[in-house]
Design a protein around this ligand. Structure first.
Ligand code: PLP
Length: 434
């Protein structure tokens, strides 16, 4: 949004509790987006607040340069306990972009230290988003977020994502044989496998409209990466910590990557934190006396910050103890059912996709032909604006919207969320004369 436009009537939040925000004028908003895919445990969680307060009295900073701290170690143990087996090494950062940058750099240095110094290229997907810093942006595939900052460094290759509803190859699943995954092997061959270091993907892609691949997609990617000695990186900055119905989408899709990037829901937003968890076999390349095996040359001042770690420990413990991944699965099923009813009622929902409490809704003018509303109408954005007026926060894009409420959302609040969304869609339809 143009800042001039925002400044005319800025939305200024004052307090939040559970799934509700309240602005400075006392208006309440149901947070249908967990802030921005962050507040998995909900707002005002007392356990996390207390953990941060207590931590302030003991240790608030210990730089990663000359020490680690008890919280960083405890958090490492907790993360290893909830990530897929074998990802035994953890490096902590301050947010998502730092984590994806670190993952891509780790892959390059790993190959240099294991006898493949020519492996530097990164394969990623159009429509993907991996962060705002230069390397993360170079791997991202959304023109409107990138063009102003180009050119980036060389070696960032893009492939099409698994957008089944609008397949770029005009194929139908399952007859397609998941061609969008298979073709990555051809891209690797064309580029020369000895130059490719990593393949980075979001298990479910936000920016393209909650792009959700078929189950086999990641099995195929895993096989291809193994065949050509390419590190598979899952950017789980949105999908991590319960969002898709398991702790990580790697578990939802039953595929273990070499590196998982995390952020956002890691502390439920109570303090900035991110990190990567990676395979012991990768870590091995950085350990030992061999002169070639130097440490990972990457660090950030606030990596492993004890306050942020305290928030993350409390948040992850809360997610585990309250079984929030299971709740995401169950609540997601309720949301899905209500959306199907809405689809029957209003007839302009072309596709519903996602997993757990990460759900995208694509609008179309004609469900049979999948014809979209004109770009100029920006229908999804109109729905988003109407939702805001009705006290509901969602993710809105010209052709789709997304719901990702805190995992603690209650049944009654789900009804409220869907009712407000339904009314907002009707508002947007009226505004375009339908
Ligand atoms: C999938 C994904 N990766 C990386 C990032 C970057 O995270 P951060 O904004 O914390 O740097 C984001 C942020 O939205 C994201 O959605």
């Amino acid at each position: 949004m143009q800042m001039k436009e925002f400044a005319k009537n800025p939305l200024i939040m004052k307090i939040a509790k559970g799934v509700w925000y309240e602005d400075v004028n006392g208006k309440k908003y149901l947070d249908g987006l967990s802030g921005i895919f962050v507040v998995n445990c909900g707002h005002g969680n007392q356990r996390i607040i207390d953990a941060i307060k207590t931590q302030l009295d003991t240790l608030s900073f210990a730089p990663p340069l000359h020490s680690t701290n008890v919280n960083a170690l405890a958090l490492r143990d907790l993360i290893v306990g909830v990530t897929p087996k074998g990802l035994g090494t953890v490096k902590l950062m301050s947010g998502g972009s730092e984590s994806t940058e670190a993952a891509m750099k780790l892959a390059r240095q790993y190959h240099k230290q294991t006898g493949n110094p020519g492996k530097y290229k990164v394969i990623s997907r159009y429509e993907g988003y991996h962060g705002a810093t230069m390397g993360a942006l170079a791997a991202s595939g959304v023109a409107k977020r990138k063009t102003a900052f180009e050119p980036f460094g060389p070696g960032y290759i893009k492939v099409f994502p698994p957008t089944c509803y609008r397949c770029p190859y005009k194929l139908e699943y399952p007859e397609c044989g998941v061609f969008c995954a298979q073709i990555i092997e051809s891209v690797i061959k064309q580029e020369d496998p000895s130059t490719i270091s990593s393949l980075i993907v979001e298990p479910i892609g936000n920016t393209g409209g909650i792009i959700t691949p078929p189950q086999e997609y990641f099995t195929i990617l895993r096989e291809i990466c193994d065949k050509y000695n390419i590190l598979l990186i899952f950017d789980e900055i949105i999908t991590g910590f319960g969002r898709t119905g398991e702790m990580f989408a790697s578990q939802t899709f039953r595929t273990t990557p070499d590196i998982i990037c995390m952020g956002k829901g890691m502390s439920s937003g109570y303090a900035p934190i991110g990190g990567i968890a990676f395979k012991d076999s990768v870590a091995e390349a950085f350990l030992g006396k061999d002169e070639q095996k130097v440490q990972f040359n990457h660090g950030h001042t606030f990596g492993g910050n004890p306050l942020s770690c305290a928030a993350a420990i409390a948040s992850i413990t809360e997610i585990k103890e309250r079984e929030l991944p299971r709740r995401a699965r169950e609540s997601g099923a309720i949301v899905w059912k209500r959306l199907e009813e809405l689809r029957d009622k209003i007839g302009i929902i072309g596709d519903i996709r996602g997993k757990g409490l990460l759900i995208g809704i694509e609008f179309v003018r004609d469900v049979k032909t999948k014809e979209q509303f004109p770009d100029s109408m920006s229908f999804g954005v109109q729905v988003g604006k109407a939702a805001l007026r009705r006290g509901l926060i969602i993710r809105a894009d010209p052709h789709w919207v997304a719901l990702a409420p805190p995992l603690v959302i209650e049944k009654g609040e789900i009804d409220e969320m869907i009712n407000r969304l339904s009314d907002s869609i009707q508002d947007a339809l009226s505004s375009v004369g339908r």
